[in-house]
Ligand binder design. Structure first.
Ligand code: GFB
Length: 298
């Protein structure tokens, strides 16, 4: 069934300045939604339940895209575990609770594909959740994101809240961070090859062995999937994976970036850096069955 969202609906995008949030704002504006609600970090600390309650009471959002978070690549996750678990636990807890208290019609919560066990059958079906040990480099973050799924399901079960969850894969696109320490692999490689070419360097260092496989979904496709799911996904007891269904090795990715940005530069793999999950290809059968597919190829 299609859930009709009126163009003047009060839609809150939590995390509107981030990679995902800014893409969702673009996508909603394109469609003519004129009543988008946003709050920057200095206007509203999403870790503060009282402040979030006050903001919800004042702004009365009817639809909520909960896509705010403290995020980062494998190095950021490994070196800032306390921030990653505390910030992300608190942000979804306050927003989900306030959405319940203030009668939000529908909420979409975004997790991450790192919620799945390190060793599990690939592609990873949604049912694999909590069937094995997590990847150590991002376990704190994964625990926070898993609890967000369970929180939405609990609020649906106890209070009848219409809250759904989606699990995207590795993302890239406009608004990404190019910070070499805290960022993800694709923007980091783009910057490394760009700087190597500018400096006339002969080689670029790639972290890890180059053998892990990753799937990359453009953030505009994810934004489209989020709006699609907000209108159509009605299984409040089961999260849904969002992805392209195709992955590449980190070596293939580095060669792809090199061939575009700085042809001929050598790759050097730094095995002192962690590889993280060997592979994390979410199974997107459920999403495809709903009628959605990605459009932007890597
Ligand atoms: O993108 P990335 O940091 O996140 O790393 P994850 C992906 C792979 O790329 C790892 C390798 O095997 C890295 O070792 N890599 C190679 C690099 N060169 C680089 C580089 O210069 N920078 C970075 N960052 N990686 C994250 C989770 O894991 O995935 C997050 O930690 C979140 O919590 C995100 O779930 C989607 O895919 O390994």
């Amino acid at each position: 069934m299609l859930i009709a969202i009126p163009l003047d609906a009060r839609i809150y995008v939590a995390g509107h300045r981030g990679l995902v949030g800014s893409a969702i704002v673009r996508r909603l504006r394109e469609e003519g939604f004129g009543n988008l609600l946003t709050a920057s970090r200095d206007q509203l600390d999403l870790r503060d339940q009282a402040a979030v309650n006050y903001w919800f009471k004042a702004n009365r959002p009817e639809y909520v895209f909960m896509v705010a978070g403290t995020v980062g690549g494998i190095h950021a996750n490994s070196t800032r575990p306390a921030e990653f678990i505390y910030d992300n636990l608190m942000m979804h807890a306050t927003v989900v609770h306030a959405s319940h208290l203030h009668g939000t019609k529908r909420l979409l919560y975004l997790g991450s594909s790192c919620i799945y066990p390190r060793e599990t059958a690939q592609p990873i079906r949604e049912e694999a959740l909590l069937t094995g040990l997590l990847e150590p480099t991002n376990e704190p973050y994964a625990i926070a994101k898993i609890s967000g799924i369970k929180l939405c399901q609990a609020y649906h079960r106890q209070y009848g809240c219409d809250f759904i969850s989606a699990m995207p894969t590795n993302l890239y696109g406009p608004g990404d961070t190019f910070d070499l320490e805290g960022g993800h692999v694709l923007p980091a490689l783009m910057r490394r090859f760009h700087e190597a070419r500018a400096a006339g360097a002969g080689e670029v260092t790639v972290w890890g062995s180059g053998t892990p496989r990753r799937e990359f979904l453009h953030v505009d496709d994810l934004a489209d999937a989020c709006v699609f799911l907000m209108r159509r996904y009605e299984n409040r007891d089961q999260h849904v994976n969002v992805g392209t269904g195709e992955d590449v090795t980190i070596r293939e990715l580095a060669e792809m970036v090199r061939d575009v940005v700085a042809p001929g530069i050598e790759l050097r793999f730094d095995s002192s850096k962690p590889d993280g999950m060997p592979r994390k290809l979410p199974d997107v059968t459920r999403l495809h069955a709903l009628g959605w597919r990605h459009r932007i190829e890597l």
